[in-house]
Write a protein that binds this ligand. Structure first.
Ligand SMILES: Nc1nc2c(ncn2[C@@H]2O[C@H](COP(=O)(O)OP(=O)(O)O)[C@@H](O)[C@H]2O)c(=O)[nH]1
Ligand SMILES: [Mg+2]
Length: 321
C-alpha cells in the first residue's frame, strides 16, 4: 500500500482531487484540518492505494504521451504529415505500448488509402491531366499498351499537347509502336469532330497537357456533354510525380480542382527514396490511386496501384527500430 496526501483549502476539495486522480472507490485513511496563522485553512486527506494503481495513475499518462510522441517522431522522420498523424493518434485507443500504436497507425493508413480499379466498362474516355513533364504521355502510352492486350478492344489516342516541343512526335512514336491511331488536336472543335469519327473505338485516351486551365475546363465541359451523349464513361486521372514536395502536390491538385478528378497516377517512383510526401498527400486528399509509374520503359515500368507497395516504400521496416 502507498499513502498519498491531498491538500486543499477544504476537505471536500482535497477528496475530489484524489477522486480525479484515482476514480472511485477511494479508501481514506485520515483527514486533517489545520488553521494557518492568517486564518486560512489547510485541509489534508490521506488515502491508501495499491502500489500498481499508484504507478498506473501517476505515470501512465506521461508514459502514454511519451509513446505517442515517439511513434509520431518515427513517422514524421519518414515524411508523414504531422497534422495527419496527430489526428490519427488521437483517434486510437490510448496505449503505452509502442508496437500497438505503430500497428494502429499503419492500419489507419491502410484504411485511408483508396484504390481506383481499372475498369473494362466500355466505351470510355480516359483523360490524363497534370503539369508539363510529370510523365503523362509516358504513363498514357503504358496504359494504352494494357488496353490493347484485351482482344477486340479498339484503342485510340488524342493528343492535346501541341505546345510542348516534340510532344506530338513523342506520342506518334509511342502510337506507332503500340499500333494505335493518334490524332493531334489543337482546338475544342477539332476534338469534337475527332471523337465523332472515333465512334467505333472502345477506349479513347486523351493526353491533355499544354491546355491552360481555362481551356481544360471548357474542354472538359464539352467532352463531358459529348461523351455522355454517346454513352461513354469518362475517367479523369491526375498525374503527379512522387518526387514533388508535399506542398507542391497540394498546389497541383488545387490547380486542377475545377475538374472532377477520379483517380491519381503517381509517377517517378524510381527517382526518389522518400515517399512520405506521396503517402501524406494520398491520405489527406483521399484521392483513389489508379497506377504507379516506376521508370521510363514502355510498357513494363507500370504497376496497378496497390496499398502494400505504397506502404512498403514509404514506411517499410518502421517497426524494426
Ligand atoms: N525515371 C522516370 N522517368 C519518367 C517516368 N515517367 C516519365 N518519365 C520521364 O519524364 C520525362 C517527361 O515525361 P512525359 O511523359 O513526356 O511528361 P508529360 O509532359 O507530362 O507528358 C520523360 O523523359 C519521361 O521519360 C518515371 O516513372 N520514371
Ligand atoms: Mg506529354
Amino acid at each position: 500500500m502507498i499513502y498519498e496526501t491531498f491538500v486543499s483549502s477544504t476537505q471536500q476539495r482535497a477528496y475530489e482531487q484524489a477522486v480525479k486522480k484515482y476514480g472511485e472507490p477511494i479508501s481514506v485513511v485520515r483527514a486533517k484540518q489545520l488553521e494557518h496563522q492568517d486564518g486560512s485553512l489547510r485541509c489534508e486527506v490521506v488515502i491508501a492505494v495499491a502500489k500498481e494503481r499508484f504507478m498506473a495513475c501517476s505515470f501512465g499518462e506521461s508514459l502514454m504521451r511519451e509513446s505517442r510522441e515517439e511513434v509520431k517522431r518515427a513517422f514524421v522522420a519518414r515524411g508523414i504529415s504531422p497534422a495527419w498523424l496527430e489526428g490519427c493518434l488521437a483517434s486510437l485507443p490510448p496505449s503505452r505500448d509502442r508496437a500497438s500504436l505503430l500497428q494502429g497507425v499503419i492500419e489507419a493508413m491502410d484504411r485511408g488509402i483508396h484504390l481506383y480499379p481499372e475498369s473494362l466498362e466500355l466505351p470510355k474516355v480516359v483523360m490524363f491531366v497534370g503539369m508539363t513533364g510529370v510523365g503523362k504521355s509516358t504513363a498514357l502510352a503504358k496504359i494504352t499498351a494494357r488496353y490493347t492486350q484485351h482482344a477486340g478492344v479498339r484503342v485510340a489516342l488524342l493528343n492535346l499537347d501541341t505546345q510542348k516541343a516534340g510532344a506530338v512526335e513523342q506520342l506518334e512514336q509511342y502510337a506507332t509502336r503500340l499500333r494505335v491511331p493518334v490524332y493531334a488536336i489543337d482546338s475544342i472543335e477539332a476534338f469534337e469532330k475527332q471523337l465523332e469519327q472515333l465512334n467505333t473505338y472502345d477506349v479513347v485516351l486523351v493526353d491533355s497537357g499544354g491546355l491552360s486551365p481555362y481551356d481544360t475546363q471548357r474542354f472538359m465541359e464539352i467532352i463531358g456533354y459529348r461523351v455522355a451523349l454517346k454513352g461513354y464513361r469518362i475517367e479523369t486521372h491526375l498525374v503527379i510525380p512522387a518526387t514533388l514536395k508535399y506542398e507542391d502536390m497540394h498546389d497541383m491538385y488545387q490547380h486542377f480542382s475545377f475538374l472532377a478528378i477520379d483517380a491519381l497516377v503517381v509517377t517517378k517512383f524510381d527517382e526518389t527514396k522518400h515517399f512520405g510526401a506521396v503517402l501524406s498527400f494520398v491520405l489527406e486528399s483521399s484521392l483513389a490511386l489508379s497506377y504507379f509509374s516506376t521508370g521510363q520503359a514502355i510498357p513494363q515500368d507500370l504497376r496497378i496501384a496497390d496499398k502494400e507497395y505504397l506502404l512498403e516504400v514509404s514506411i517499410g521496416a518502421i517497426d524494426e527500430q
